[in-house]
Design a binder for this molecule. Structure first.
Ligand SMILES: Nc1nc2c(ncn2[C@@H]2O[C@H](COP(=O)(O)O[C@H]3[C@@H](O)[C@H](n4cnc5c(=O)[nH]c(N)nc54)O[C@@H]3COP(=O)(O)O)[C@@H](O)[C@H]2O)c(=O)[nH]1
Length: 856
């Protein structure tokens, strides 16, 4: 209610009356205004409604009744009390006034007390009426507001976000929705007694500061992620949007809270996936790199040593290819577990991909710590892995590099460790190597070589040389092996050992191999239609050529293009490439075999040599690896392998060829043991096309077999002393034997390979090898020979040992009885006595080896 003085409008056409009434009212504190006509009165009331009107009835123009009825018919003015002031005393005039809406009458001349009374009463009545209206109004407003609030609450409760209104003045919640209560596990009542500081890690002071900043920033919203505490003590990850809104003299902070627990968990899962290997759960390359970055930065401050270890499982691909990917995966999981157990908690283990793992080791002292871990890992691999129904052992090759010695750059450290790991592989696997500057130089050289090889393909710098293969029984050329050469500008003819591995590792071998096949087919066609005639050419095919490209279609097209009988082309594959991807390789080989192409296994004996496996492939020939041929005449182990391969090939009806034959002795040994073909420098080095064309025109390349012209009883005498050789050959000269003399054990082995020898007489004391050692090997290589040793007294112990193990069948110590020696040699040639056996002692100081002689 207003406290101003009530206003009273006096309407009368006579100025004197207006003045009189004004004068009468003023002492009571009323504020008066006046109008001289009905029209003037309506205009004044429209401009500013008074609290009461004193209205004269009789006025020129619009009279009092008209004014009253207009005012009462207008809701805006209907409640202004009107007192009609009239000189009429008749009842009709008063009734007319009441009809027109006047509340009361005053009769002129107006009595002051009556005027005050009537005015005061009517003003009180009006005030009461106004109050009623005001209350009703207020009630309507309250109802409307309540409805609004209910709608607002319903809307708030219906939202998925939690909404909380905070009074800046009290810092308490003034309103919260249902979602907020559910999210935070409080009732609405509980929450209304709380503030944000009860839910998050922030004090009221800090929040006040924050809200003031929000208020000062106008309507700018503030968004942040945080954790909120629930009533049960758990926390929820939320995203909070805050907005300040004026609320009377206060500010309301509208806080909208979204539960982002699931989003965060999904994000965390994604982040974990992006940084961890899904099979082993170990950090992947990205995370490993980041960890290394952090570790190196830390080590720079603390001065610690950091070792990066690159670990690659040896022959893992074979496990995958032969036992399947499920077994391979299980092996990786078990391996990663063992790896984790080898390091300390502060170290990092990562899987960089495939079978490549890496470690970050923080060490305080020397690089010895890395050696300890490397050995630990190798030891951890000793125990076999049990993988489904398989049990297998595996080794690893490890490369190690150090910060700060080698580099401080994480990428470089990983690269160096990788390089060192390759060195470990080249060193024979199951070992570790530290990175050296030389390795880096090698890597750079390798990159240079790779680039040059790409250019070589573009510039067509490759040529083929051909190396003959010869039939051992006929001595005729059996075929040729096409061997790749790189005519590198500025370097001359580069042999394949210097670049084939790079071609294979980079995949360039597919393109180059295809060129080799096309070139070989073209050359076979040219020879076919030349005086050389048909000649079989073998081509080396790499494992990758089976996996990539269209090998069989290319070969069949190549043969057709040059009109070549398919049998003139032979493919040489290593056992290893045969084993890789067996299904596909076997399919391709079967198609080519059906077409008539010949298949040979190269380097046989160095790989699996598993017959069961080999039988799955349509093979025509086995090529014995050069490693077994080098010492086939003097190393019983190699000889045993060669003989086993020859016998295996024969039982499987496969041809067998020996590669790397360099001596007549090797040739003869192989021929004597029924090897079919040989290839090697003894016959010819690989030749350029023009020279090999001439070679092909020769009929017999080898000449007759050595022992075909050297039959009969043969005695081999070995002594490094030429005088003794002469004495002994003279001694036996008249006994009718063919006598062969060798000045060393090596010569002796060659003689044995080249000749059919029955009895061997060997000096015990030779510089390169003792007689007993020599005869021990001869026993393995030529068990049917009769082996006699001649010696001084000094080394009797080793002779006795040799006798006991059967290497020596007779021995004679100086001075021996020549006649007795001749008699016993003659006996040794006889079919009965010549059997490898132990006989009674012979000779002046001779001791037999039967029964065995105690070593003492
Ligand atoms: N995928 C392809 N591999 C190829 C191709 N051309 C060659 N090669 C392979 O490169 C390796 C080395 O070949 P190369 O230097 O030509 O050596 C061959 C012969 O020269 C060598 N050999 C022959 N006889 C002797 C000998 O008496 N002594 C001796 N020390 N070496 C000798 O042996 C190599 C032939 O080996 P192989 O193929 O196993 O029969 C070699 O592995 C080639 O296979 C190609 O086009 N593609």
């Amino acid at each position: 209610m207003s406290l101003r003085a009530p206003t009273i409008l006096i309407v009368d056409d006579e100025a004197q009356n207006r003045r009189l009434l004004a004068v009468l009212l003023r002492p009571e504190g009323y504020s008066t205004s006046s109008a001289a006509s009905g029209e003037e009165a309506l205009a004044a009331i429209g401009a500013e409604p008074p609290d009461l009107i004193l209205l004269d009835i009789t006025m020129p123009g619009m009279d009092g009744y008209q004014v009253a009825s207009i005012l009462k018919s207008n809701p805006a003015t209907a409640n202004i009390p009107i007192i009609m002031v009239t000189a009429h005393l008749e009842r009709t005039a008063r009734l007319a006034g009441l009809d027109a809406g006047a509340e009361d009458f005053l009769t002129k001349p107006v009595d002051r007390a009556e005027l005050w009374l009537r005015v005061r009463n009517l003003l009180r009545l009006k005030a009461y009426g106004d109050l009623q209206d005001h209350s009703a109004n207020l009630e309507r407003q309250v109802q409307a507001r309540t409805a609004d609030l209910e709608r607002f609450r319903a809307a708030m409760d219906a939202t998925a976000d939690a909404i909380m209104l905070v009074s800046r003045a009290s810092m308490r919640f003034t309103e919260v929705n249902e979602t907020a209560c559910t999210l935070l596990a409080y009732t609405r009542e509980e929450m209304l007694g709380m503030g944000m500081a009860d839910l998050i890690d922030a004090s009221d002071a800090k929040l006040e500061h924050q809200y003031d900043a929000l208020i000062a920033g106008g309507l700018n919203r503030d968004q942040e992620e945080m954790r909120m505490r629930r009533s049960d003590g758990a926390t929820v990850q939320v995203e909070v949007n805050s907005q300040a809104m004026r609320s009377g003299n206060d500010w309301t902070i509208v806080i909208v809270v979204r539960d982002i627990t699931e989003r965060k968990e999904a994000q965390q899962r994604l982040t974990h996936l992006a940084h961890h290997d899904s099979l082993t759960g170990l950090p992947n390359r990205t995370l490993f790199y980041e960890s290394l970055q952090r570790t190196v930065a830390l080590a720079r401050d603390t001065g610690a040593l950091v070792a990066v270890m690159f670990i690659d499982l040896d022959n893992f691909k074979t496990v995958n290819d032969t036992l399947g990917h499920a077994v391979g995966d299980e092996l990786l999981v078990q391996f990663s577990n063992r790896l984790v157990e080898c390091v300390r908690v502060r170290d990092t283990v990562g899987r960089l991909g495939g079978d490549e793992f890496a470690l970050i080791l923080i060490m305080q002292d020397s690089q010895q710590g890395a050696v300890v871990i490397a050995d630990k890992i190798r030891d951890a691999l000793r125990a076999p892995f049990v993988l489904h129904e398989h049990e297998l052992s595996i080794t690893a090759s490890i490369g190690i590099t150090l910060h700060p010695a080698d580099s401080s750059d994480p990428a470089t450290l990983i690269k160096y460790a990788d390089t060192a790991m390759y060195e470990a592989k080249h060193a024979g696997r199951d070992t570790y190597r530290f990175f050296t500057a030389q390795m880096n130089a090698d890597v750079l050289a390798r990159l240079k070589l790779e680039k040059a090889l790409r250019q070589a393909i573009e510039n067509e710098e490759f040529v083929l040389h051909y190396q003959p293969k010869v039939h051992l029984n006929s001595g005729r050329v059996a075929g040729l092996e096409a061997l790749l050469r790189w005519n590198r500008p500025g370097y001359g003819m580069v042999p394949p050992n210097e670049f084939i591995s790079v071609l294979e590792e980079t995949g360039m071998i597919v393109q180059v191999g295809s060129w080799v096949l096309a070139q070989a087919c073209k050359q076979i066609g040219m020879w076919l239609r030349s005086p050389s005639g048909p000649v079989q050419v073998s081509v080396n095919v790499s494992g990758r050529q089976f996996l990539e490209g269209d090998l069989d279609a290319d070969i069949i097209a190549g043969l057709a293009r040059h009109a070549i009988p398919p049998g003139l082309l032979e493919l040489e594959l290593t056992e290893t490439s045969l084993m890789a991807n067996t299904e596909r390789t076997s399919d391709i080989l079967s198609r080519l075999k059906q077409h008539g192409v010949q298949i040979s296994i190269d380097d046989f004996g160095t790989g699996y040599s598993s017959l069961a496996y080999l039988r799955r492939f349509p093979i025509d020939k086995l090529k014995i690896d050069i490693a077994f041929i080098r010492e086939v005449t003097n190393n019983p182990d190699d000889a045993a392998i060669v003989l086993a391969i020859i016998s295996m090939a024969s039982s499987l009806k496969l041809e067998v060829i020996a590669e790397g034959v360099e001596t007549a002795a090797q040739l003869n040994y192989l021929r004597r043991h029924r090897c079919d073909q040989i290839q090697g420098y003894y016959v010819s080095r690989p030749l350029p096309t023009e020279q090999v064309s001439a070679f092909l025109l020769q009929r017999n390349v080898l000449g007759p077999p050595a022992d075909a012209v050297q039959a009969g009883k043969t005695l081999l005498i070995i002594d490094d002393d030429p005088f003794m050789l002469e004495v002994l050959s003279n001694l036996f000269g008249c006994d009718g034997y063919r006598i062969l003399c060798a000045g060393s054990a090596a010569e002796g082995f060659d003689m044995l390979a080249l000749n059919e020898v029955q009895v061997i007489l060997c000096d015990q004391c030779m510089p390169s090898m003792s007689g007993t050692d020599f005869l021990d090997k001869v026993k393995e290589l030529y068990p049917k020979t009769f082996r006699i040793v001649l010696s001084g007294q000094s080394d009797l112990a080793s002779i006795i040992e040799a006798v006991n193990c059967g290497a020596v069948l007779r021995y004679y110590t100086k001075p021996w009885d020549n006649q007795l020696l001749r008699d016993h040699v003659r006996d040794a040639f006889s079919p009965i006595c010549g059997q490898p056996r132990r006989s009674a002692g012979i000779g002046a100081m001779a001791t037999s080896a039967a029964p065995a002689i105690p070593a003492a």
